[in-house]
Write a protein that binds this ligand. Structure first.
Ligand code: NAD
Ligand code: MG
Length: 372
């Protein structure tokens, strides 16, 4: 089932997956040579004009690697370099993209290429969904989080001053090109944040993958290209399969929120940006495992394994002490709640999800045990 398990193959060639969504299906290419293979991107560009959207951090590192071969092939390449940061995932960045597209007379055949992390990917995807009612777009994710999570699944959007990701659309890319060599320049905290979502994918759907991550966490932390390629490929397969079954989040897709109910409370409780999203999710997964144990769904040993793996991935395992009342208040606003009761994605057993409520006593015990 997985021909890419052979490390020597990975260094030489790319892994190709397909996200099966009927007429919106698209390929994902993963490997250390994806950006050097100019033909790979070229193949997914229909019109004469290409607009590459990136930011001030990624542009000096990778923009020319992408733009030069396209120009050499005779394409008209427009570049939009946005300021870096979650605080710029906003209306004015979106307008900067539209301004550049209109000023350069980009038509409906222009392909938008998102080169960067999840911020650039989400913004560019939304710009592509709405520019002239929809133009093709390609994701070139350059953070681990974007390669294993945000570039796959078709959620695009931006933040409103009153709420994160409140404006958006489901809009699938034409292709996702994930070059593992770009991860060499990623700050360590960002690498760890991406690993949280990788661990999540194993924990909720695939015990064998979870065990592979446990066995290879040191290689992943050392940015071993073959290990990263495998982790990215398996994560994309898992996310793509969940999205295939539930593209618009009617049900199953909620399992991707494992660790996120606690995680969102940490992010909001400390103020967004204090912890990275992946850091909050890492700690949130330990808390969700602890709660699973208190409800009799997993053994104590599973909680210990989760805590050890999250720690080995360089992520926090002890939650901030927000006070029980504040914790409950923050979790009650979580998006997937229906009728006021907090619904958790728990483990039953490790490697499969269970969506359930929890008695307040068990929840309070988890908060007491996990927060300091
Ligand atoms: P990010 O886009 O802010 O990137 C993190 C940092 O790394 C930034 O400073 C960026 O400039 C820098 N960077 C990117 N690539 C680099 C590289 N190769 N080398 C060095 N630095 C590099 O953050 P992220 O974690 O990639 O994405 C987070 C965003 O993704 C959030 O806005 C979140 O809402 C969104 N998201 C979306 C989905 C989805 O399904 N669409 C899923 C998860 C997260
Ligand atoms: Mg997440």
């Amino acid at each position: 089932h997985r021909p890419y398990a052979d490390a020597s193959m990975i260094e030489q060639s790319s892994i190709f997956l397909n996200v099966e969504l009927g007429e919106r299906s698209y390929p994902i290419a993963i490997g250390a040579r994806v950006l050097s293979d100019a033909g790979l991107l070229e193949r997914h560009i229909g019109g004469h004009k290409v607009a590459i959207v990136t930011n001030t951090t990624v542009a000096p590192l990778y923009l020319e690697r992408l733009a030069a071969p396209l120009r050499a092939a005779g394409r008209d390449v427009i570049t939009v370099v946005l300021p870096d940061g979650e605080e710029h995932k906003n209306w004015s960045s979106l307008m900067a993209i539209f301004d550049a597209l209109l000023a350069n007379k980009c038509d409906r055949k222009t392909t938008l290429v998102a080169l960067g992390g999840g911020v650039v990917g989400d913004l560019t995807g939304y710009a592509a969904a709405s520019y002239m009612r929809g133009v093709p777009f390609v994701q070139v994710p350059t953070t681990l989080l974007a390669q294993v999570d945000s570039s796959v699944g078709g959620k695009t959007g931006l933040n409103h001053p009153l709420g994160k990701n409140m404006i958006g659309a489901f809009y699938q890319p034409r292709a996702v090109l994930a070059d593992t060599s770009t991860l060499a320049t990623l700050p360590a905290r960002e690498l760890s944040a991406g690993l949280a979502e990788v661990i999540k994918h194993g924990a909720i759907t695939d015990l064998a993958f979870f065990e592979w991550i446990e066995a290879n966490i040191d290689r992943l932390m050392a940015r071993d290209e073959a290990a990263l390629a495998h982790a990215i490929a398996r994560s994309c397969e898992i996310k793509a399969e969940v999205v295939r079954q539930d593209e618009r989040e009617g049900g199953l897709r909620a399992i991707l929120n494992f660790g996120h109910t606690f995680g969102h409370a940490i992010e909001a409780g400390l103020g967004y940006g204090a912890w990275l999203h992946g850091e909050a999710v890492g700690c949130g997964m330990v808390m969700a495992a602890d709660l699973s144990c208190r409800l009799g769904l997993v053994e104590q040993a599973t909680v210990a394994r989760m805590r050890a793996l999250v720690a080995a991935a360089g992520l926090p395992t002890v939650a901030p002490d927000l006070g029980a009342a504040r914790w409950l208040e923050l979790m009650e606003v979580d998006k997937k709640n229906e009728g006021g009761a907090i619904r958790f994605i728990l483990l039953k057993p490790l490697g499969s999800p269970s969506i359930t409520g929890a008695p307040e006593a068990a929840l309070l015990a988890t908060l007491a045990a996990c927060a300091a």
